[in-house]
Write a protein of this length. Sequence first.
Length: 440
Amino acid sequence: MSAGTAVETPADVVARLRTAFRTGRTRDLARRTAQLTRLRALLTERGDELAEALRADLGKSRKEAYRTEIDFTVREIDHTLERLEGWLEPEPAPVPAVLAGATAHTVQDPLGVVLVIAPWNYPVQLLLAPVAGALAAGNAVVAKPSELAPATSAALARLLPEYLDRDTVAVVEGGVPETTALLAERFDHIFYTGNATVGRIVMAAAAKHLTPVTLELGGKSPAFVDRGTDLKTVAARLASGKFLNAGQTCVAPDYVLADPETAGALADALAAAVEDLFGEDASVSPEYGRIVNERHFDRLVGLLGSGRTVTGGAHDRDEKYIAPTVLADVAPDSPVMREEIFGPVLPIVTVRGLDEAIAFINDRDKPLALYAFTQDPSVRARLLSETSSGGVGMGLPLAHLTVSDLPFGGVGESGMGNYHGRYSLETFSHRKAVLDTPLG
Ligand code: NAD
């Protein structure tokens, strides 16, 4: 059967890729580099098509599409291209005295055929950054974009086969039935980004084949704002991190913890920061996005009733628009605090101080990110050592994931495993131990 035909079953796709993998061609460094360079060319030459699809799916502005998806992924590829050869150098290991004369080292072995399942919120970046890692590691890849970003899914399904070797990279579009069928196949690794409910389904399916998984999940990422900080700066940074992509960002600050005095002043500063970002009416701002679909819109509107509305609250179902909203005096057990918000609603919960903030965080699932705004080194040290989260951003939300030399991933309910830069190579490789003992 020829590559990319509509009648190919998931089993056919995996078999075709496995045959190509077994030829050994994905292992060759020059070929890996060439494929990554082609992926880069897709992003730079066809970026406008992707940006247009992102506008159709999420109302993403062109500027935001380039900054958070296209250019982001190009930088990730460049980082890898510059370092890949060095990363692949065998790593020597000392041998014990009884093995004197022998040498030991590790090599990074490609895994085989891997599956990447992406969500809808950053549908380009979250598909192609893992794909880049899998290719760098010398694998064949099945890429499954999210059906909830249909224009982007279609664009990726059209462009990837145009730029990359169809026998080692395949795109399978679809929703639950198609993904379920794919998950019945044997893969050598499954890399899933999305919610934890589906994460459990992916892991259960993987268990049948003993396939290792990376789960990039979400959760409620807290932001602790200490007393005595410059609230204008804090509010500007919190608002731009929170309301990017209309709050539909896995590492967005989900809620704020502050003492009552700080919380009051911060609420006002946040209202001013929202206006600075999007003007008096965000519905007419070209920089402000939309909610992905009616289901998420209805869910989010149901969260708007918690606490006191400081700014925002307006919404329009036809436009899938929800204004950037800040809620103050939010009770810890209110609806907005019971689930990951994943939308443009920022609740402020008051706590008496750092002890209560730490207890509040530790009483809940381990978050994907923890943010802290403080000048006090002892507060930073306590937050770092007394809480657990996938990553930490001191003084700035979101930006830690732009550092390719940092691993990006969750812990506990926010996920397992990580990627970006060298960590992607580790994720999509097996570190093979080699002992070489001379004969005679
Ligand atoms: P989604 O609905 O697009 O689902 C993700 C993927 O799972 C899609 O490709 C979808 O087709 C597939 N899927 C859905 N139901 C399935 C099923 N029953 N069986 C198999 N596959 C299925 O995206 P989502 O889950 O709404 O994404 C939002 C969540 O993802 C949030 O919790 C967010 O925090 C998290 N997220 C995490 C990261 C990260 O990097 N850690 C990034 C973005 C989003």
